[in-house]
Every structure is written in C-alpha cells, then in structure tokens.
Ligand binder design. Structure first.
Ligand SMILES: C[S@@+](CC[C@H](N)C(=O)[O-])C[C@H]1O[C@@H](n2cnc3c(N)ncnc32)[C@H](O)[C@@H]1O
Length: 195
C-alpha cells in the first residue's frame, strides 16, 4: 500500500471515530472495523490470491478500501453490500477518493438477498460486518457460495462474542471447515473450507 492511501485510511478511520464518539444510537454510527482487522483480512485476500470477495456491511467504505486495494493486486473484484442508501453514496465517494473505485462493486441492498442470488462455489472470501444476529441465518447460503478453500471472516467476534455464538457454533460444527479466532482489534473469527 502506498503512503498516500495509508494516510487516507488513517484520516478516514479517525473521522469515523470522531463521528461515532458522541452518538448514543449504535445504528447512526459508522462502526468502521479496526485497522488491525482490516489489515488481517486484506492479508488473507492477498495470500489466498482471492479474486472474488464479498463484504456484507459497507458503511462508508472504510474496510472496502482496504479490500479493494488487495483485490487490485490479485486482479479480482470486491462486491460490498450496504442496506442504507446514504452510506452507499458515501462509500462510492470514499472509494473514488482512494483511487480504488474500479475494483469494487457497491451494491445497495440486503446482504441476505445478495447471498441468495450468488452462484454456487463462486466466492473466495466472505466478510461479515453487518447485523450479527442475522449471521446464523446466512449460513446455508454462505456455505453454498464459498469455493473450496474459501474463507469466511467475521468481525467483532470478541467484542460481541455472545452475538456471534450461534454462527460460530454452526461453523465449528461443520466438518468441512477449520475455525480460528484471532484476538486482534475487536476479534476476527475465520472459517476456511478445507474439504
Ligand atoms: C459495522 S458497519 C460496517 C463497517 C464497515 N465494514 C467498515 O469497516 O467500514 C455495519 C453496516 O452494515 C449495514 N447493514 C446492516 N444490515 C445489513 C444488511 N442486512 N445488508 C447489508 N448491509 C447491512 C449497516 O447499515 C451498516 O452500515
């Protein structure tokens, strides 16, 4: 990552924290993932040479910039889904500002609908960063769309451990997946399809 992009990400993250600080209503906050979590997932994209990455929960595009920069290196595309129209517009602006707009498809919609329309075994890596209680319902479709050796990465797996317990149980109970919990940032749960 070049210095200009690293500075832009630092500025955007600080802007997000300043925006969220005074807001009591969780849903009004931008809730950008921590830089450590975004860096880990961007690393996975590069190591995996992932060309098809799906993020559910774009917010203003902070993490989408990290992932678009990674898929620029792999020759792939990030699809990122956001339910709030104003946030879609903000994300598009931020991705353009970061110079990675051509590497991301920002979809205005519900992550569950996008998953349902995604072809079988077509996605290398899925990032879940939306409403955590919904993740368990995503599981059958999410499992269907992942390629062999595909990865699912879930943010806030330590900070909101109880809200991802059902999803974690599904993942851990599936013999096709190897599961890990990475205690950085707010905690990133990963599952890789090993068989
Ligand atoms: C934690 S924020 C995402 C932060 C973003 N990944 C980042 O790091 O910058 C969660 C976002 O998910 C969106 N969201 C909630 N439910 C959704 C759904 N069912 N489908 C798509 N987006 C959803 C919210 O509007 C919110 O902007």
């Amino acid at each position: 990552m070049d210095d200009r992009l690293a500075r832009l990400l630092d500025d955007l993250y600080e802007e997000g924290r300043a925006h969220d600080g005074p807001l009591a209503d969780r849903l009004l906050r931008l809730r950008n993932m921590t830089p450590d979590a975004a860096r880990l997932i961007a690393l996975l994209i590069r190591v995996q040479r992932a060309t098809s990455v799906l993020e559910i929960g774009t917010s203003n595009g902070y993490s989408a910039i990290w992932f678009s920069d990674a898929v620029r290196d792999t020759g792939g595309l990030l699809t990122t889904v956001e339910i709030d129209e104003d946030r879609v517009a903000a994300a598009l602006g931020n991705l353009a500002r970061a110079g990675v707009r051509d590497h991301a498809d920002v979809v205005h919609g519900d992550g569950a609908d996008v998953l349902a329309k995604t072809p079988d075994a077509s996605v290398d890596l899925v990032v879940l960063d939306a409403e955590r209680p919904a993740y368990a319902e995503y599981w059958p479709q999410l499992r269907r769309v992942l390629k062999p050796y595909g990865v699912v990465a879930v943010d806030n797996a330590v900070s909101h451990r109880e809200q991802v317990v059902a999803f974690r149980g599904l993942l851990a109970g599936d013999p096709a997946f190897d599961v890990g919990l990475h205690e950085l940032g707010d905690g990133v749960l990963t599952g890789i399809r090993v068989r």
